[in-house]
Design a protein around this ligand. Structure first.
Ligand code: NAP
Length: 408
């Protein structure tokens, strides 16, 4: 059986990985230009397809029949070649978003739900919300309800982002300021990369329940796989695959006092998991063309912190890295969203007497106890997990890997 994903540019797709977990069939990426679409659908070598941007509507004229959901939404994301050669179009995004709502635990019935964006994902979100009894309102840049008159909707209880705003690689931007909506009970984002868009980081900061689009992605893939294989699968595969993927996609970020073993433990974790280790201080030295003591002596600490934030904003939005940070990165609150957007943050703790100071300007200039007393609240506020590193670094590495497995 030959299946795959049809789209125009598919560089960062997670679908092959998800389908590898779902079934024993080939899953290829089919990148096609619009003028190639007709010939591919008529004569292409496939038994099943997923369809993504920009072809979810464009494929419809070449299909022989549509499911009721695909018909109602005017969009197809799954195509199956039937035994007689005819093509049948489904829409499994509908099931995917319904699953995301269920998984989030949000109660949407009879609630006003703002849906940002008016494209394909928005259509699906609106249809599911209506089915669940919510009262959706679409916010569109050019619609009657737009970003200029959001104050009309201060009573909104649910907010769903169905725009690409905040998606990798253009992270760090949010389509709306959540503080405008005092009655908000929860926020969903159909984006899954990064794991926490700026919108979701803001929701977290306001302690609002929230979830990203990875549940939707995995759930829609599961229903597609059922159509491809003609079998039914237990919904339990969805959390199992979601857990694996969430762990693989996100970075492992190490924070802690200078000399606590971040680079050594990071190298071990990277080696065991087959990940790339990125050492933030080494990146700064490479980009600045100076050693760290030289940056401090010639340009001052503020210049060093700017270099650090610049490096973290590049590394923090990548996927699947191990990132060993510098000991003082927690002194800048602006670094938190950069590290947290797509990473789990581990605070590596080591006895102060065991910390070396050579080549570390701040550790030499300040008694380590003072530095630690100043920073420990910051480490605690950044950390998702705390791991001791007073014994062998292998033990700390094993603890981090085990927490990655259990913590998601
Ligand atoms: P789309 O058809 O291109 O629609 C996106 C909509 O977002 C547009 O119609 C536009 O609405 C709005 N928009 C676009 N750029 C914007 C900007 N710079 N500022 C504010 N609004 C903007 O795309 P789509 O297929 O609906 O996908 C939207 C997002 O959902 C993408 O990030 C996609 O990856 C994600 N998605 C995720 C899943 C999943 O399984 N998790 C499934 C499908 C899609 P207005 O012009 O009305 O403002």
């Amino acid at each position: 059986m030959r299946c795959g994903l049809l789209g125009r540019t598919l560089g960062h797709s997670y679908s092959p990985q998800i389908h590898a977990y779902l079934g024993d069939y080939e899953y290829a990426l089919f990148e096609k230009e619009p003028e190639e679409l007709e010939a591919f659908l008529k004569y292409g070598d496939f038994t099943g397809l997923n369809v993504t941007i920009p072809y979810k509507k464009a494929v419809i004229p070449y299909l022989d029949a549509l499911s009721p959901a695909a018909e109602a939404l005017g969009a197809v994301n799954t195509i199956v070649r039937r035994p007689d050669g005819s093509l049948f179009g489904h829409n499994t995004d509908y099931f995917g978003f319904a699953y995301l709502v269920r998984q989030s635990g949000l109660q949407v019935a009879e609630k006003k739900a703002l849906v940002l964006g008016s494209g394909g994902a928005s259509n699906t979100v609106v249809a599911v919300l209506r089915e669940l009894g919510a009262v959706p309102v679409v916010i569109s840049r050019t619609g009657e309800n737009n970003y200029g008159n959001l104050s009309r909707h201060k009573d909104a209880a649910i907010l769903v982002n169905a725009t690409p705003v905040g998606m990798y690689p253009n992270t760090g931007v949010s389509p709306v300021d959540l503080r405008l909506f005092p009655k908000l009970e929860g926020v969903l984002d159909v984006i899954y990369n990064p794991a926490r868009t700026q919108l979701l980081l803001e929701a977290e900061a306001l302690r609002l329940p929230c979830a990203n689009g990875l549940w939707m992605l995995v759930a829609q893939a599961k229903e597609s796989a059922e159509y491809f294989t003609g079998t039914t699968m237990d919904d339990a595969v969805i959390p199992a695959i979601h857990g694996k993927l969430a762990a693989q996609m996100q970075n492992i970020v190490l924070i802690g006092m200078p000399g606590c073993g971040k680079s050594t433990v990071g190298a071990l974790v990277a080696q065991i998991l087959g990940r790339r280790l990125m050492d933030v201080d080494s990146e700064i030295v490479r980009l600045a063309g100076k050693t760290i003591p030289e940056i401090f002596a010639q340009d001052g600490e503020a210049a060093f912190r700017d270099w650090e934030t610049k490096v973290l904003s590049e590394l923090g939005k990548q996927s699947g890295l191990v990132i060993a940070t510098g000991g003082g990165c927690v002194t800048m609150q602006r670094n938190y969203p950069l590290l947290h957007q797509n990473g789990y943050i581990f605070w590596l703790q080591r006895d102060i007497e065991k910390l070396p100071t050579e080549g570390r300007p701040l550790s030499q200039a300040n008694p380590l106890e003072t530095l630690y007393a100043r920073r420990k609240e910051r480490y605690a506020s950044f950390a998702d997990f705390t791991v001791g590193n007073d014994a062998a670094p292998e033990d700390a590495a094993a603890a981090i890997i085990s927490l990655m497995g259990e913590g998601i």
